[in-house]
Design a protein around this ligand. Structure first.
Ligand code: PLP
Length: 394
């Protein structure tokens, strides 16, 4: 008999978004036609910018001509895009070789696939509350998971601890769900800890483009010593609206070596075995994000979302409700008012003011008592949701 991977049986039901959709369905069944203010979504709402659309059209036309047509792309990424992304890092003072950059179909795919580089006996540390895929991907692989709970006392940005040592260390900054961003000094502690324990940091920088405070690090490679202990996983999903277009990139420095094995070489071998590269058309669209005009246009969308975040945080400031995030991230993570539990607040907001958010408990036990709002909706809905929240809690 075929033996399936029995670790799937260890996965907890992904009940968070299922529960939310069931509650919304039940509410709408009773209140037909009611408009809901959906502040829970992690997906973007603004379309791709013109510069990307132009590049995508151009690339489609390339595929129509015998001289410009592209077949299989190099598995680690098109040279033009690897160079463009490496230049983006160089422009921020981070020196990378082009072949330290790998093109991917998005951060989710990469966060799952990258685990091929690690032995199953390795343990994985997850700072919670956390993006659920970190835990689930390691449960599927049968790894031991070390949970490091974060809380209000450390602004949801815990320091490493000798009581929570692991081989693979997940760090997400700016964080989903808390919107909190590690400072350079805090990340240096993590880098030193990883080097001392010969661990590897998987640094999820999916929201780096939302950082506006120049003193905050947008890449782990701004930190001295990171090249010997970190892999950075990025995405154009939130940076440039590529959630449905799919493109990301991963940086694996050549100096990252464990037990005589170079992770960069291993990843080339992995990609050439398991992929046939990302679509030429999409890679052309992705390169347009890094042109001066492309950057100007994507920053307009990011400013639009950050204005939504500000509308929410201004309201929480007025109400005196504690929160993190919003300023350098698209998420606002607030403490539930009046001692409510996170699902109680969810029900209250839905039933009383038709606002939908995400209960913090869904991101790990230490998220209980907290609630996540996303800024990816429309400014009209965000403004009205904020007005209703103010009315409800004033
Ligand atoms: N990492 C984090 C922290 C995210 O929040 C998300 C998406 O919401 C991803 C990764 C996945 O991004 P992608 O769309 O590139 O797969």
């Amino acid at each position: 008999m075929t033996k399936p991977n029995m670790h799937y049986a260890d996965l907890k039901d992904s009940y968070l978004f299922y529960n939310i959709s069931q509650k919304i369905k039940a509410y709408l069944a009773e209140h037909e036609g009611t408009h809901l203010y959906r502040m829970g979504i992690g997906d973007v709402s603004r379309p791709l910018c013109d510069e990307v659309i132009k590049a995508l059209h151009g690339a489609v036309d390339d595929q129509a001509g015998a001289d410009t047509f592209h077949g299989y792309m190099p598995e680690p990424g098109a040279p033009f895009l690897r160079e463009t992304i490496a230049n983006y890092y160089r422009s921020r003072g981070i020196n990378l070789a082009d072949d330290e950059v790998f093109v991917s179909s998005g951060a989710s795919d990469e966060l799952g696939d990258i685990l091929d580089l690690f032995d199953r006996e390795n343990s994985a540390l997850v700072i919670e509350p956390a993006y659920p895929a970190y835990v689930d991907a390691n449960i599927i692989a049968g790894r031991k998971i070390v949970h490091l709970p974060a809380g209000r006392e450390n602004g949801f940005l815990p320091d490493p601890s000798e009581d929570a040592v692991a081989d693979i260390l997940y760090i997400c900054s700016p964080n989903n769900p808390t919107g909190a961003v590690f400072s350079k000094a805090q990340l240096k502690n993590w880098v030193d800890f990883a080097n001392a324990h010969e661990s590897v940091i998987l640094f999820d920088a999916a929201y780096e483009a939302f950082i506006e405070d120049d003193s905050l690090p947008r890449s782990i490679f701004e930190i001295e010593g990171a090249k010997t202990c970190a892999i950075e996983i990025c995405s154009l999903s939130k940076t440039a609206g590529f959630t449905g277009t799919r493109l990301g990139y991963t940086v694996i420095p050549k100096d990252l070596v464990r037990n005589g094995m170079r992770f960069n070489d291993m990843w080339v071998r992995n990609r050439t075995t398991k992929t046939n590269g990302v679509s030429y058309i999409i890679q052309r669209g992705g390169a347009a994000v890094f042109t001066p005009e492309g950057r100007r246009q994507i920053m307009e969308n990011i400013r639009y979302y950050k204005n939504n975040a500000r509308i929410l945080t201004d309201t929480l400031d007025e109400l005196g409700i504690w929160y993190t995030g919003g300023k350098n991230a698209p998420y606002v993570w607030m403490q539930c008012p009046n001692g409510l539990k996170s699902w109680e607040l969810f029900d209250l907001l839905l039933n009383k003011i038709q606002v939908v958010g995400t209960p913090g408990e869904g991101f790990g036990a230490c998220g209980e008592g907290y609630f996540r709002f996303s800024s990816f909706g429309s400014v009209e809905d965000t403004t009205e949701a904020a007005r209703r929240i103010k009315e409800l809690f004033k």
